[in-house]
Design a protein around this ligand. Sequence first.
Ligand code: MN
Length: 314
Amino acid sequence: MSGPVTVEDVTTDQEQPHAVPEPTLEITPSRAAKVDGQSVHRALPYRGRRTVGAWCFADHIGPFVIDGGPGLGIGPHPHIGLQTVTWLVAGEVLHRDSLGSEQIIRPGQLNLMTAGGGVAHAEESPASARGELHGIQLWVAQPEATRHGEAAFEHLDHVPQVEFDGAIASVLIGDFAGVVSPARRDTDHVGVEIQLHRGRCVLPLRPEYEYAIVVLDGAVTIGRQRVEPGNLGYLGQHRKELAVSVDTPTRIMLLGGVPFESPVIMWWNFVARTREEVEAATASWQADDGRFPRVETSLARIPAPPIPWRESPR
Ligand code: MN
């Protein structure tokens, strides 16, 4: 999905990553945002936190019913310096990008698009789509070593699963509970969907990672605090494990990683290090100068909004 990060989410200043170097639980409300007229809950970034490991964006999409409606129709838009990770719980989304990829994603499958120096894509509901759409789109900030590199796209029909302590983990990226995803990974990070049934469960964690959870459905209790859909629960670092309990079947995303290597600037669909990089990418998109090749779709290109720091003062 398009992730129009705005100044409501983060300032446009450079911000140093600030992992909390101890176990904590900071629960923050997601921001209700609209993507193509559909409501999403933006769990990350927010004023106060831009990254969890290399994870820098989390839009919880739906659930909503698209029967009889047009569904999703997000026209071509550009990205730089990030990977988009798309994961569905219900429904289907058709992805098309400027590399020529055309791929329907369904629940349990992984779409991973690497922007590098520039890519464009469009995301829409296939004409056949019915019923519910429910999922999450995540972004991973690319490190210096790859962020100016080639764009790429990969689709996994299945991701590895592992059962532990009565729960089922689907390992999208990285490794968890001894199981390793084959998906590309440019930094040391992990993304796992965990289905919890009833009662208490202990999640194996890595002390050197910082972590956060997003609840997709149900609710999870950690200590005496409850994390529900519409929240992000930031967990800090230096945990070897995390005990959680649920009283109803619950699905969470666990995101973690080594604290990111450098400050990032995020604006609109760009993850960069300087405002000049954002300005250059915006100018290329507006001029259609070839940095972001065409996407084969009938949907209209999305124009860049005005750059906040270049707006004339009122
Ligand atoms: Mn996008």
